[in-house]
Ligand binder design. Structure first.
Ligand SMILES: Cc1cc2nc3c(=O)[nH]c(=O)nc-3n(C[C@H](O)[C@H](O)[C@H](O)COP(=O)(O)OP(=O)(O)OC[C@H]3O[C@@H](n4cnc5c(N)ncnc54)[C@H](O)[C@@H]3O)c2cc1C
Length: 393
């Protein structure tokens, strides 16, 4: 039963990042009365996300991809370079999307453009109501959740927690989270290049983490430079020209002269994994459920797979998407994928950092085989993309 003063809806989504907007649009498209709590957010201009085909499918399903397409740079190939000075090094390997019959492995998009396009689409979609205020509290009652934000009180059958790493909605549902940190930070920036990138994303593996240059629209690349925390902090304070020279050197001058397009931003690396992905009329999506280092373009892709799972949930639980059976089903749907990706990224990062020779040798042999044995190459490429891919944009 609803108290006087509360308005009611079926689905309340908390958080106006990419996963929050996508989840809210999904719920509204599936016919649920949906309210999204999305306080205005901004992104450093250098922050981009490489979206794999599964994410493109999710965005296409929301009819958002056509507007986003012009901001998206196709990733036609991925080049891995072992730039360590170690005794055992892997040979360079380049994987082409055409080898597995695709035009691109995915598309690199600026986070700001992604959220802007999602937001404009959500604002124009009448069945979805947006409240531009943060949720201040959530109370879980029999059969419903009550959310409080500014002068709004709303009851919902299901709460979608898309409110990032410090999720209030996750806490309200009593879900605990395991966190750990790394002694590394990621520097991000966008740079103009003298030579075209030709759709090739290049990842240099170094002793302190991967150093990646991902194509952007035009002769521009986005940089994700993972380094030990102190060196990253030092590089952050370099004057613009010196920063660009450091990037040229680290990238072995493959793009010729480079120029900074955006001020570099620093992200200390940490990880978090929720102990459950749903409980008490609440499901977790995006970084409310999982956080890990930006290695191998996995974070937001995993978040969009949470949203894809939500769509399947909505199809099966039309009457009450927050009923206990729906909550159990969502947890079961997300367990394996989220845990596997989190630990895989953690292992990959640690395998780069370790001085333990057998691990270095294993990584070098693995990469060598991946680069030179065609069936293994194709298997790895498909595994890397594994995300319920169904269609091209
Ligand atoms: C350097 C870097 C590079 C990356 N590159 C890639 C990549 O190439 N590919 C990839 O897939 N992923 C990448 N990621 C990961 C990706 O950026 C994140 O997974 C993604 O942005 C998380 O989105 P989200 O919507 O889950 O969370 P957020 O973007 O954190 O959104 C959460 C939102 O919730 C709001 N909020 C918080 N509390 C409340 C409240 N009480 N009420 C209402 N709203 C609230 C916040 O204001 C925020 O807007 C990268 C990450 C980093 C750091």
């Amino acid at each position: 039963m609803k108290d006087a003063g509360e308005t009611a809806c079926d689905v309340a989504v908390v958080g106006g990042g990419a996963t929050g907007f996508a989840a809210a649009l999904t719920a509204a498209i599936c016919g649920f009365r949906t309210v999204l709590f999305a306080p205005p957010a901004s992104f450093p201009p250098g922050r981009t996300a490489a979206l794999l085909q599964g994410s493109v499918d999710v965005l296409s399903g929301l009819d958002v991809w056509p507007a986003l397409g012009r901001h998206a740079a196709p990733l036609a190939a991925i080049r891995l370079v072992d730039a360590t000075q170690r005794l055992i090094r892997a040979p360079e390997a380049t994987f082409h999307a055409s080898e597995i019959g695709l035009a691109a492995f995915g598309y690199n998009v600026p986070n700001g453009d992604l959220v802007d396009v999602l937001k404009r689409h959500a604002q124009a979609f009448d069945p979805l109501r947006i409240v531009e205020a943060p949720v201040q509290s959530i109370t879980l009652l029999e059969g419903r959740a009550v959310l409080q934000a500014a002068d709004e009180e709303l009851s919902a059958r299901l709460v979608v927690a898309a409110d990032g790493t410090r999720s209030l909605a996750r806490r309200a549902a009593g879900i605990s989270v395991r966190t750990w940190s790394y002694r590394q930070s990621a520097l991000v920036a966008t740079l103009s290049t003298q030579y075209p990138h030709e759709g090739v994303s290049t990842e240099f593996h170094t002793e302190t983490g991967p150093f990646t240059l991902v194509p952007l629209v035009g002769d521009r690349v986005s940089l994700v430079w993972v380094d030990d925390a102190r060196s990253a902090e030092r590089a952050l304070h370099l004057p613009g020209d010196a920063f660009a020279r450091a990037v040229e050197e680290r990238s072995h001058h493959i793009f010729g002269a480079m120029r900074l397009d955006s001020a570099p931003a620093l992200f200390p690396l940490s990880a978090a994994l929720a102990n459950r992905f749903a409980a008490q009329r609440t499901v977790l999506v995006g970084e409310a459920a999982h956080l890990f280092p930006p290695i191998g373009a996995q974070g937001l892709n995993l978040g969009f797979r949470d949203v894809a799972a939500l769509r399947r949930l909505f199809a099966r639980h039309r009457r009450d998407p927050g009923e206990p059976a729906a909550i159990e089903a969502f947890h079961a749907m997300r367990q394996a994928d989220v845990r596997t990706r989190t630990y895989a990224v953690d292992c990959l990062n640690r395998s780069l950092l370790t001085d333990f020779l057998p691990v270095q040798a294993g990584r070098a042999v693995g990469l060598g085989l991946a680069g030179s044995v065609p069936p293994l190459r194709r298997l790895l490429m498909r595994q890397g993309l594994a995300s319920g891919r169904t269609a091209r944009p």
